[in-house]
Design a binder for this molecule. Structure first.
Ligand code: COI
Length: 324
């Protein structure tokens, strides 16, 4: 495991020492929490701006039972990944986009948010402090989980008076249990993930609690995950519990479920999931299996283009990569 000291971080940043070792089998690592050394924390009051954060040892946080996040779900999360390259650089993929999405979500959830620069600097510090937990090239990535929560007490329904921005990290491998094998989805027709005017368009924590029931039922029946339909027409595809859905067309638009069933190829994407090919979709008891005869799957091309960029193996013509 690399414990390179090639990267520098601020004076307030604890970091691992070259003698630190970790005991992980990188070939079997999945998507579960592996506790790392440090997390980042920054607080501010309602109506003020975030100013100074710090790295602290990873551990439980002290929060009032009356906190806004616990009582009224005032919370957002983000997800991004850091990759180690063969020359021992550390790369982030478009972290400013995650920061922008958090700012947008915070506005919807009545929370102050870190600025883009504060967010990216905090991500960099947290990654560097936990550098030894970044898997070797080709063995996975360091999943970075920024959280923004209403941590202040609030009994009557109102925005909390204090907010906490936190970042923790965990080394991860493949999201789904069967590695990179194509996944099997079932379409949910009764429960919905988002409604017009609701919060489906922002990454608030409650959106994810709302999918657990359908996901649990589907998993018990052997499906990998659930695909949701829109709540008004019940025919347009929305997203999968843990990722986005694509059917192979060069357009961004609403897709009717019949088009999905007749597609040549279907795949999902997400920060955690990566690019995952879909083997089958089950809708109203009927299972459609997607042919794999053509070797040139769009999902495979996209997956290698994306991971090539993320791992520093192909030229970054879009300036999407941030090197630490
Ligand atoms: C993402 O990858 O965008 C996620 O939200 C993943 C999470 C549900 C584990």
């Amino acid at each position: 495991n690399s414990t390179s000291n090639a990267h520098t971080i601020g004076m307030d940043s604890p970091r691992s020492t070259p003698s630190d070792t970790i005991d992980i089998n990188w070939d079997t690592i999945g998507f579960g929490l592996v506790q790392t050394d440090y997390m980042y924390t920054m607080k501010c009051s309602l109506g003020e701006s975030f100013s100074k954060g710090e790295l602290v040892p990873f551990g439980n946080i002290n929060i009032s039972p009356c906190a806004g996040v616990l009582n009224y779900g005032q919370g957002l999360f983000e997800g991004l990944k850091a990759y180690r390259t063969k020359d021992d650089s550390i790369l982030l993929f478009r972290p400013r986009e995650n920061a922008s999405r958090m700012i947008n979500g915070a506005e919807r959830m009545c929370m102050p948010s870190p600025s883009i620069d504060q967010f990216v600097q905090a991500v960099k510090k947290t990654v560097l402090a936990n550098e030894k937990w970044i898997p070797p090239p080709g063995k996975g990535s360091l999943y970075i989980r920024p959280l923004l929560i209403g941590s202040g007490s609030v009994l009557g329904l109102a925005p909390a008076l204090e907010y906490t921005f936190l970042i923790y990290v965990s080394p991860v491998g493949n999201y789904f249990n069967k590695g990179l094998s194509p996944i099997n989805l079932i379409i949910e027709t009764e429960m919905h993930r988002a409604t017009p005017g609701g919060t489906g368009g922002v990454k608030t924590i409650g959106n994810y609690a709302a999918v657990l029931k359908a996901q649990g039922v589907a998993k018990a029946k052997g499906y990998t995950d659930v695909l949701y339909l829109d709540s008004v027409h019940k025919k347009y595809l929305e997203e999968v519990s843990s990722c986005n859905i694509f059917i192979v067309k060069v357009e961004e638009r609403r897709i009717i479920v019949d088009e999905l069933l007749n597609a040549d190829e279907v795949f999902c994407t997400g920060t955690a999931v990566g690019v995952s090919s879909v083997d089958s979709v089950t809708y109203l008891g009927k299972r459609v299996i997607y042919g794999r005869d053509g070797a040139d799957l769009v999902s495979e091309q996209l997956c290698s283009a994306l991971t090539g960029l993320q791992m520093g193996l192909v030229e970054d013509k879009m300036s999407w990569i941030v090197k630490l």
